[in-house]
Design a protein around this ligand. Structure first.
Ligand SMILES: *[C@@H]1O[C@H](CO)[C@@H](O)[C@H](O)[C@H]1NC(C)=O
Ligand SMILES: *[C@@H]1O[C@H](CO)[C@@H](O)[C@H](O)[C@H]1NC(C)=O
Ligand SMILES: *[C@@H]1O[C@H](CO)[C@@H](O)[C@H](O)[C@H]1NC(C)=O
Length: 188
């Protein structure tokens, strides 16, 4: 009988400890096994090129100024919202691989220097539904601009890496442009 009482007392004590640590808000996060997310495997390095079409002109622009610049010559203060096509080849009518969705903003007063904040949302093959996020500085007049890949989703979970952007074509009247994005992505 005494043993049963001690057993019950221990059970009640344990229950109290478990529920108090579970509910007090101090222990909301915990370490879990990397294997649960497949993170014990080696990281892969994936490379691909996509062509980014910034279309400001015509009846269906994909890049729209939502805030005009303060300094026209450097576009400082200007903000564009984009939903630009990403294609497999440099021509605009080549295979659509996804969309570049986000904003770019003139962030440099004395040169053309954009803050780029965009997601590449892929729509083809095994990457359909996966994304990478690019956040970086784009001095658009430079031949090559390097920008970080800061994350991703789907097959690109835990992504990091960088892109190299090279302008392939610009219409000097409308400023429509096609830019090659050569992407190097580490992911699992
Ligand atoms: C910038 O250019 C636009 C269009 O040409 C003009 O309306 C605007 O006044 C200019 N802004 C400045 C600050 O010069
Ligand atoms: C795609 O566009 C290029 C020029 O941009 C043109 O030469 C070609 O004929 C077009 N192809 C198709 C299938 O429309
Ligand atoms: C991509 O995935 C969406 C949603 O699952 C589907 O509707 C679409 O057909 C897929 N596209 C391709 C090209 O597989």
């Amino acid at each position: 009988m005494a043993k049963v009482i001690i057993f019950l007392a221990v059970q009640i004590l344990l229950l109290t400890i478990v529920s108090s640590t579970g509910d007090d808000g101090e222990n909301f996060a915990r370490t879990i096994d990397r294997k649960l997310l497949g993170l014990h495997r080696k990281e892969k390095l994936t490379h691909f090129k996509v062509y980014w079409h910034d279309i400001l002109s015509g009846p269906n622009p994909s890049s729209i100024m939502i805030q005009p610049p303060i300094t026209n010559s450097t576009y400082f203060g200007g903000i564009n919202m984009i939903d630009n096509a990403l294609t497999a080849k440099v021509t605009r009518n080549s295979t659509l691989l996804g969309q570049a969705q986000g904003i770019y903003a003139g962030a440099a007063q004395k040169e053309l220097g954009f803050l780029m904040a965009m997601n590449f949302a892929f729509k083809r093959g095994k990457y359909n539904g996966s994304t990478i996020t690019i956040l970086g500085r784009n001095t658009a007049m430079s031949e090559v601009r390097e920008m970080p890949i800061v994350g991703g989703s789907g097959l690109f979970r835990f992504a990091r890496g960088y892109v190299e952007a090279r302008t392939k074509w610009v219409d000097l009247k409308t400023l429509d442009a096609t830019v090659e994005y050569s992407c190097y992505v580490l992911h699992y």
